[in-house]
Design a protein around this ligand. Sequence first.
Ligand code: IMP
Ligand code: MG
Length: 181
Amino acid sequence: MPVVRGKNIEQLYSAETIAARNIDLAKKISKGPTNDLLVIAVLKGSFIFAADLIRAMHAVGLAPEVEFITLSSYGTGTVSQGVRILKDIDSDVHGRDILLIDDILESGRTLRFAKELMYERGARSVSIAVLLDKKVKRQTDLEADYVGFECPDYFVVGYGMDVAYAFRELPFVGIVTGDAE
Ligand code: IMP
Ligand code: MG
């Protein structure tokens, strides 16, 4: 089991498994709406997945514009939880097909907010690609159009995802299982 910074990390999805899945996703994306396609990566957790997925999209002939949005959840109670924009995109989405890319779909609040925002701004279509889907955590009716893997209900790190700002650099997705001996 890999040891990173004194922690045991159990690998859940290897770099090779993820790379192969990204090619499948890109092929599926190429069969969906891609008119004047704008990819929007939801920062920070999606940055590695988005970087790999857009290159897989290039390999199947897609040439999207790429943008970034930083969103943050606030509030702790179920009712008061909301999402706000920390950094917005620069491009006009009007009349365009949008692909939102995020690392994990959990409650669905973040991506529901982003999807509604893009429709309010006049997007022609809004699709969602996520690396991981934690279905058991869903608290909205939002579903992703393209899912890398259905993920068990563990807190995962790596491939862009962090715990307390650590482990984003890992090339695989894993679970922190404890302190190394
Ligand atoms: P939600 O769908 O609005 O609940 O938000 C999901 C977001 O929470 C993801 O985009 C991640 O940034 C973060 N997140 C959820 N689960 C994990 C995890 O297991 N590891 C790291 N980040 C997570
Ligand atoms: Mg996120």
